[in-house]
Design a protein around this ligand. Structure first.
Ligand SMILES: [Zn+2]
Length: 498
């Protein structure tokens, strides 16, 4: 569904949010009107009221990231008792899930709450809500008036984007979305040669070795927890560039003159692909990102990492750049993803990707103590006078940034050849490392987009991610950073977790 970005947008009483909600309602009415619905203003109002009621049942983003809280196994037969309202039997049948016995219910109060709303709200309002979201979801491929109206609200008002992406680019995005692996095959072939892959593989091996050493050196950690952590690292699958097997689209019908139908069939195709996986063995080598995606990911349930080819390119990785730069740039990102293995969420999963507590209580207490310091550090950043970062919401990503940067630095130092590395443009190798870190994280956001990021994104905005250097001792030696300077932190306030 395409709706407001987070429940706070529905529940917050700030003037800014109240104003946004008014504009959202006007947008819903406009979309319904374009689609030929009568009485669109009144319908829009009822839709917004229902969405507000749904939002009230949802957890906050920080709560939503607590995998222990989310680990609620329900049998199919329990839904009618635990979440009365919806006709669950019919729901599971229609969803192709009638044979599935076990479910994990991430937010039980949301499921129970929404199910109760189904019983208590008029069916006509639900039909309107679902119709609106269907129109919105496909708005980009409906006639121009729909796409323009959709951009007016979701692009301009909500995100602060002044101009819509050109039509041809939106078309490319659609192909990318519908046939990602097919595009990815061509992309990887053209832009990711085997030599680049080999170079990245060496960096990955060095960074994982650095993590092994860091874990061995943690004096607070008991032998039992340490052994589990090392085993998890040993079992980690690291995918570099592109997957070993590609998705087979032969069952998907694509017609040259039917964009709506193509996307519709693609969504049905993808849904069935997911449902068909139920009960089958987990393929830990399966990718969840396409090679042309500029991103990287840690998949805790597979104990696996994906580094798509598109992030293994400048400014993140340049086969011709001095290697301290590459370690600071892509190296810290590789370290970031490895570090997710042991962040506040990742540490809850074991080497096989099962949710299992492998920590002794004393180790867990120490870990929680050091992460609390990082929460406080990030709570203290204020991108807006009325809005600060949420240290808890961004904790897992901040732990990963911190651990990743530290391990990448170690790995780069170990990789130093015996002969001295020359300065580059007047910068020492250590300075090049930190410049690589900073330059690869450059970013620029409009105020509306930044505000949305602060409220909804588990990642801190780029500027504050770069500020992570304040926790690294080598940073102070590299640039002679002194007390009183913006990027200075007293040694006792610096956080080390891994
Ligand atoms: Zn991350």
């Amino acid at each position: 569904m395409v709706e407001l970005p987070d429940r706070e947008y529905y529940l917050s009483n700030s003037e800014h949010m109240q104003n946004l909600r008014k504009q959202y309602q006007a947008h819903v009415a406009a979309m319904l009107k374009l689609a030929g619905f009568s009485d669109s203003d009144a319908r829009a109002q009822r839709i917004i009221e229902l969405e507000h009621a749904i939002a009230e049942k949802h957890w906050s983003l920080a709560e939503d990231q607590d995998v222990h809280k989310a680990n609620n196994p329900w049998k199919q037969s329990e839904f009618t008792v635990k979440a009365p309202g919806l006709e669950w039997k019919e729901f599971f049948r229609a969803a192709g899930l009638d044979k599935q016995v076990n479910f994990i219910v991430w937010q039980p109060s949301a499921i129970a709450g929404e199910s109760a709303l189904i019983a208590s709200s008029p069916i006509e309002t639900w039909k309107d809500l679902l119709s609106y979201h269907l129109i919105e979801q496909y708005g980009g491929t409906l006639p121009k008036a729909f796409a323009d109206e959709r951009f007016e609200f979701f692009g301009k008002t909500l995100f602060g984007t002044p101009q819509q992406t050109p039509r041809w680019q939106r078309a490319v995005n659609n192909v990318n979305f519908a046939l990602g692996d097919e595009v990815g095959k061509a992309y990887a072939q053209r832009y990711f040669p085997p030599e680049a892959k080999a170079q990245v593989q060496t960096m990955v091996a060095n960074i994982i070795a650095a993590f092994h050493k860091r874990i061995d050196a943690l004096n607070w950690m008991t032998a039992a927890t340490r052994a589990e952590a090392q085993a998890k690292l040993d079992a980690l699958y690291v995918g570099i560039g592109y997957p070993e097997t590609w998705e087979d689209y032969s069952g998907l019908e694509i017609k040259p003159d039917d964009i709506f139908g193509n996307l519709w069939r693609r969504n049905v195709f993808e849904y069935h692909r997911w449902v068909n996986r139920l009960g089958k063995t987990v393929d830990r080598h399966e990718w969840c990102m396409t090679p042309q995606t500029v991103n990287a990911v840690n998949l805790p349930l597979q104990n696996a990492l994906n580094f798509p080819a598109a992030i293994l390119a400048p400014p993140f990785f340049d086969p011709g750049a001095p290697y301290p730069y590459n370690y600071g740039a892509i190296g810290s990102i590789i370290g970031h993803e490895v570090s997710h293995t042991f962040d506040s969420e990742g540490s809850a999963f074991d080497a096989k990707g099962a949710l299992r507590n492998w920590w002794t209580q004393a180790d867990l207490d120490h870990f929680d103590g050091s992460t609390a310091k990082l929460v406080t550090q990030y709570d203290s950043y204020h991108p807006f006078p009325d809005l600060s970062l949420n240290g808890k919401q961004t904790l897992a990503e901040n732990i990963a940034d911190l651990g990743g940067l530290a391990a990448a630095y170690d790995a780069y130092r170990t990789a130093l050849p015996s002969k001295p590395v020359p300065d580059q443009d007047g910068f020492t190798p250590d300075q090049q490392f930190f410049l690589g870190y900073g330059q690869s994280r450059r970013g620029k956001s409009r105020p509306a987009a930044l505000r949305q990021q602060v409220m909804t994104d588990p990642h801190s905005p780029s500027e504050y991610r770069t500020d992570m250097v304040r926790n690294i001792d080598a940073w102070y030696q590299a640039f002679g950073v002194q007390l009183g300077e913006q990027l200075y932190l007293a040694p006792s306030d610096r956080v080390t977790i891994w």
